[in-house]
Design a protein. Structure first.
Ligand code: CDT
Length: 315
C-alpha cells in the first residue's frame, strides 16, 4: 500500500490574451520540470490552465471557440504529456472542453505517471451569470460558456492512491468533498481562478484569500483528506486573480502555500497514513454519520421553510 505521495501545486501567473497555447504549455513544462527535481509524483495545474480566464469577457460563439480543446491531448498540449511521461510525473490539468457534438464544459483530467488519462471531471458548480452585464470592470460568464458537469464526483486510482477532482467554485461546497470522501478519496485536487471582482459577489477584498483557504482547510479536515489547490494568479490583461495555491493536511493545517502570484511550484511529501487517526475517530463515517437525517440535503436545492416537526417540543 502506498503511504507517501509527493504532491506539487503549480501556480500559474496571469496569462494575457496575446499569449499562445504553445507559450503557455512551455511555461507549464518549466513548472513540471522544477517539480520533478523535487521528486514530485503528481503536479496540480489550475482551472482553465491553457488560456486567460476568458469568462470575464462577453464573446460570441466564434470568438470564444479558440479557447476550447476539441480533443485531449492535442498537438498544443502533447509536449506536456510527453515531458511528463519522460519524467514519470502525473498531473491534473484544467481546460475548456468542447465535445464532438458541440457541448462545452469546464473540465479537468488526471494523467498518470505513464502519460495515460485515468480520470476526468466536469465542473458541477458553475458560478456567475449568462447575461451581458455591461459597464463593469469584468464579467463572470461561466453560466454562458459552459454546461453543468454531468460526470458526478468521481474518484480515480492514481498508482494506488485514490484521488478526487473538482474545479474552483466547487471547493466552496461541502457536499463535494463529502461525496468524494465517501468513495475513499485520500487526496482532492483542484484548480481555480478567483478574480478580485465578480458581479454580484459581495465580499470584502481581504476576505477573498481567507474564504479560499477556509474552504480548502474545512474540506480537508471534515473529510480526512489532503487537498491540493493550484490557482491561476496575478494579473491577466489588467484583471487580478488571487494567489494562495496550497496543500492542506487532514488536520486542516496548511502544509505549504505559494508566496507569490507568479508561476511558482510548491512541493510537499505527504504521508497518506496521517489521515487514519481522523478516519478512525472523530470522522469515523461508518460509526457516526446519520444519512437518514440528511435527506433534506439532496431533496432541497434552495433555502426554504423549516421542515414540519415530527415531535412535540413539550414532551
Ligand atoms: N472560477 C471560479 O469558479 N471562480 C469563483 C469566483 C467566485 S463566484 C462567486 C470562485 O469560487 O473562486
Amino acid at each position: 500500500m502506498t503511504t507517501n505521495l509527493t504532491l506539487a501545486v503549480a501556480q500559474v501567473g496571469g496569462i494575457n490574451t496575446s499569449e499562445t497555447k504553445e507559450e503557455v504549455v512551455a511555461r507549464l513544462i518549466t513548472l513540471l520540470e522544477e517539480a520533478a527535481t523535487s521528486n514530485a509524483e503528481l503536479v496540480v495545474f489550475p482551472e482553465l490552465t491553457l488560456t486567460t480566464f476568458f469568462p470575464r469577457t462577453w464573446l460570441d460563439d466564434d470568438q470564444v471557440g479558440k479557447y476550447f480543446e476539441t480533443s485531449m491531448p492535442n498537438s498544443d498540449v502533447q509536449p506536456l504529456f510527453d515531458r511528463a511521461a519522460e519524467l514519470a510525473v502525473g498531473f491534473y490539468l484544467g481546460y475548456a472542453e468542447q465535445t464532438s457534438d458541440g457541448r462545452r464544459f469546464n473540465t479537468s483530467i488526471l494523467v498518470d505517471r505513464d502519460g495515460a488519462i485515468v480520470g476526468k471531471y466536469r465542473k458541477m458548480h458553475l458560478p456567475g451569470h449568462d447575461d451581458n452585464k455591461t459597464g463593469l470592470p469584468n464579467q463572470h460568464l461561466e453560466k454562458k460558456y459552459f454546461q453543468e458537469g454531468n460526470l458526478g464526483f468521481g474518484v480515480f486510482d492514481f498508482h494506488g492512491v485514490s484521488i478526487g477532482m473538482c474545479l474552483c467554485n466547487d471547493r466552496r461546497w461541502p457536499e463535494v468533498y463529502r461525496s468524494m470522501a465517501l468513495q475513499g478519496a485520500e487526496v482532492v485536487v483542484l484548480g481555480y481562478n478567483t478574480p478580485d471582482f465578480v458581479p454580484g459577489w459581495q465580499e470584502e477584498p481581504h476576505a477573498k484569500m481567507f474564504t479560499h483557504l477556509l474552504s480548502l482547510q474545512a474540506g480537508a479536515y471534515q473529510n480526512s483528506v489532503f487537498v491540493a489547490a493550484a490557482g491561476k494568479s496575478g494579473f491577466e490583461d489588467g484583471h487580478h486573480l488571487i494567489g494562495g495555491s496550497a496543500v492542506v493536511a487532514p488536520s486542516g493545517e496548511i502544509l505549504a502555500k505559494a508566496g507569490s502570484e507568479r508561476d511558482e511550484i510548491v512541493v510537499v511529501k505527504v504521508d497518506l497514513e496521517s489521515a487514519q487517526p481522523y478516519k478512525e475517530s472523530v470522522f469515523n463515517f461508518a460509526a457516526h454519520r446519520r444519512p437518514d437525517a440528511y435527506t433534506i440535503i439532496s431533496d432541497r436545492k434552495g433555502r426554504g421553510e423549516p421542515l414540519p416537526l415530527s415531535f412535540n417540543v413539550n414532551e
